[in-house]
Design a protein around this ligand. Structure first.
Ligand code: ZN
Length: 375
């Protein structure tokens, strides 16, 4: 009698908490269970320098550069993946005969859109940051060129020159960052809202190289200092992940007086930056094209060469736990638009018809413009 009573108590003593725990757990999991995996592809172009067509300054066809081919890679990625974002890390406006022609003819005065912006609009870029070469034709031309962009253009460490040493009253030259509201689709096909913070950085050497335009108008601040100012703000505004668009090399520019804090090497140790897309030095990173470079740690970093010769690509594996987004892993790679066959450069992809149709006319005009000026 006594024994069975004890057993009952024992059963109640042990079983009830387990039932309670299981019940609690099921409640807990229904609210906080991790979502099905979400794959997010982040694409990058950089240092385009006006190279839209597969054509060099002499008007000859080439296979190793031109956004007209990179566009095909971009569209392939969009066709094969549900969640794709596209960014550019600057130096779009200056650097070839075509860019010079657009500057000299000032098509924007006639109400036309700068051809580079035109192409970027139809390729539906999600955001871009400025490169130092954006300033080569002056601030007026820069403003005019960017006027028709249908995507945000951001840069956080360019400030209006206010001639004071007080940094607290500094006003940014343009929007330092943007928080993109996007809906991603998980492996089960469920839609999930995410806030993607995107911030832009530019090497301060631009103030030396373009001092005629910067003097008394604009000033630069150190990249890491600006990151430390804005990244917490972006987090406070609900950014689930943060992507840095950095027009700066792995190392700081030689000759830069403020050498410290102005490199990708230093930016990558700033807390809460999950992805760095960078440009400026025209290299590629990771260095083996077409091979996925796995990494378990943030930030994930990529550099897509120059002139559209590669597309930078990062795949983030995410889950959503309650309201919190977690980066479970990811990989980076760069895809070239051409390959070497017996010492010859052969295209990997055909030209995108939509982009080609859009730029045919201004490139043709460039040819007659050249002929006219040669006589
Ligand atoms: Zn460049």
């Amino acid at each position: 009698m006594m024994k069975s009573h004890m057993r009952k108590i024992t059963v109640v003593f042990f079983i009830l908490p387990i039932i309670g725990w299981l019940f609690g757990l099921s409640l807990f999991t229904s609210v906080y269970a991790s979502s099905a995996p979400v794959k997010l592809r982040i694409l990058q172009t950089t240092d385009m320098h006006g190279h839209l067509m597969d054509e060099n300054d002499e008007g000859e066809s080439v296979s190793d550069f031109g956004l007209v081919r990179t566009a095909t890679l971009i569209k392939n990625e969009r066709n094969e993946n549900k969640n794709v974002l596209l960014f550019d890390t600057g130096d779009i406006l200056e650097g070839n005969a075509f860019a010079d022609y657009i500057f000299q003819t000032r098509l924007m005065h006639l109400g036309q859109t700068h051809p580079v912006i035109n192409v970027m609009n139809i390729l539906r870029y999600d955001a871009m940051t400025l490169g130092n070469h954006e300033f080569n034709y002056g601030i007026g031309f820069l403003t005019e060129s960017l006027r028709d962009a249908t995507f945000p253009i951001i840069s956080s460490n360019i400030y209006n020159e206010d001639m004071t040493k007080n940094i607290f009253d500094d006003v940014s030259y343009m929007n330092p960052y943007v928080i993109l509201d996007r809906t991603l689709v998980d492996a089960n096909g469920d839609e999930r809202a995410i806030k993607i913070g995107v911030i832009g950085f530019l090497t301060p050497i631009v103030a030396d190289w373009n001092s005629n335009y910067f003097k008394q108008k604009l000033k630069m601040r150190t990249i890491t200092e600006t990151a430390n100012q804005y990244i917490p703000q972006m987090k406070a505004k609900g950014a689930d992940i943060i992507i840095a668009l950095a027009h700066v090399g792995v190392n700081a520019d030689k000759g830069l007086s403020a050498h410290e804090g102005n490199s990708v090497n230093e930016l990558k140790s700033i807390e809460n930056i999950d992805v760095i897309l960078f440009g400026h030095s025209h290299n590629i990173f990771p260095e083996k094209p077409n091979e996925w470079f796995q990494s378990q740690t943030t930030p994930f970093i990529v550099q897509a060469g120059h002139w559209g010769n590669h597309l930078g690509r990062i795949e983030l594996e995410l889950t959503q736990n309650g309201n919190k987004w977690i980066i479970e892993g990811g990989a980076t790679s760069v895809i070239p638009i051409y390959k070497q066959v017996k010492g010859k450069k052969v295209p990997n992809v055909s030209k995108d018809k939509q982009v080609e149709a859009l730029i045919k006319r201004p490139y043709k005009e460039l040819k007659s413009f050249r002929k006219w000026h040669a006589h």
